[in-house]
Unconditional design. Structure first.
Ligand code: X2X
Length: 342
């Protein structure tokens, strides 16, 4: 009799756990997931986060409820901490710039190598090819699941003092850069006086006139942030490209059911394809974004390929130093793809 009771109990436990396993499929869901975005809600970068949260909620019938922390609210003023927040599960999702994640993953500095990526076409090929795959593997190995590439864009120079058309024009200009060392190296090599600052603080510094200039893409940052209120001169020089990655903490990801993982992945790919297109619109196939700058009183100067030579030559030692830091194999692979797509 006792034996029989024990058998019944064992069977009951087995049955219950298989039922629970079937229902939950995975771990416990959070009532709310936090997403980090450095910029505000305007523009394709900020808007992508709003669309992603909306679609995800709808498609998972409220199981995955994302709250967006725009303007760097989640990392409380230190944007180079964003990746670590995801690793720790303090943040769940991030629409992260590769620049902000590069202190933790040095290979992501690839895109910040001065004058390396010549075009959007080359960038797409690098991301789709072996270098892009390798970078996603490196991100995942550090316990953040990369869902899709997005784009901040080619970074352009602005300042409040005068036109910059040759390296000598940068001499003495105080330029705000992101807290990632390759940017300090690049602007020092060009003769400027670079200072590290988070994006939020930087905008206050422009208003107060304590910093002269900065570098950021036109469509995703300069226009939505209305930088013409503090900056007058723009130099288009495409000196670095800044891809975004929509990533999710592995801790959060592992708890999602197989069905929800697939919804998250597909929605991320869809939204970031839209985001990437938006980041290029008005600059790639039309001049709309540049016209907006001019209408707001900015002077837009496009460096010719010949002018660029002087900037390239000055930053060559930075390129060589960072090629070693990043790893020669990855850099050579990216260079080869870029050369083939020119
Ligand atoms: O801080 C910047 O310059 C920005 C908004 O482009 C990044 O997050 C890298």
């Amino acid at each position: 009799m006792r034996k029989r009771m024990r058998l019944v109990c064992v069977l009951a436990v087995l049955a219950l756990s298989s039922v629970l396993g079937g229902v939950a499929d995975a771990g416990t869901y959070k009532p709310e997931y936090k997403a980090s975005i450095v910029v505000g809600p305007a523009g394709p970068w900020g808007e992508a986060a709003i669309r992603f949260a909306g679609l995800l909620k709808e498609r998972t019938k409220g199981r995955i409820n994302v709250k967006n922390y725009h303007a760097g609210q989640l990392f409380a003023g230190k944007q180079t901490n964003e990746f670590t927040l995801l690793v720790q599960g303090v943040g769940d999702f991030a629409f992260g710039s590769t620049i902000n994640w590069s202190p933790q993953i040095k290979e992501l500095n690839l895109f910040a190598m001065p004058f390396m990526v010549p075009s959007y076409k080359a960038l797409d090929a690098v991301q789709a090819g072996q270098p892009g795959k390798k970078l996603f593997q490196l991100i995942e190995a550090k316990r953040v699941v990369p869902l899709a590439w997005g784009e901040n864009g080619f970074r352009q120079l602005t300042n409040s003092k005068h036109r910059v058309s040759k390296p000598a024009d940068l001499e003495g200009l105080k330029i705000r850069v992101v807290g990632s060392p390759i940017f300090i190296d690049t602007f020092r090599a060009l003769g400027a006086n670079p200072v590290n600052m988070n994006w939020g603080e930087a905008q206050t510094a422009f208003q107060q006139g304590t910093v002269d200039g900065q570098e950021n893409p036109v469509v995703t940052v300069i226009v939505p942030s209305k930088l013409w209120t503090t900056q007058k001169y723009v130099t288009l020089w495409n000196y670095a490209i800044d891809p975004l990655v929509l990533g999710v903490s592995k801790l959060s990801w592992d708890a999602f059911s197989a069905e929800d993982k697939s919804i998250v992945k597909k929605t991320a790919e869809e939204i970031m394809a839209w985001q990437k297109k938006g980041a290029r619109a008005g600059i790639d196939t039309s001049s709309e974004a540049l016209d907006t700058l001019k209408q707001n009183g900015m002077e837009v100067f496009a460096l010719s390929a010949k002018d660029m030579g002087a900037f390239r030559a000055k930053t060559k030692p930075v390129y060589d130093k960072w090629a070693r830091e990043i790893g020669a194999d990855l850099v050579r692979a990216a260079e080869k793809i870029a050369a083939a797509t020119k």
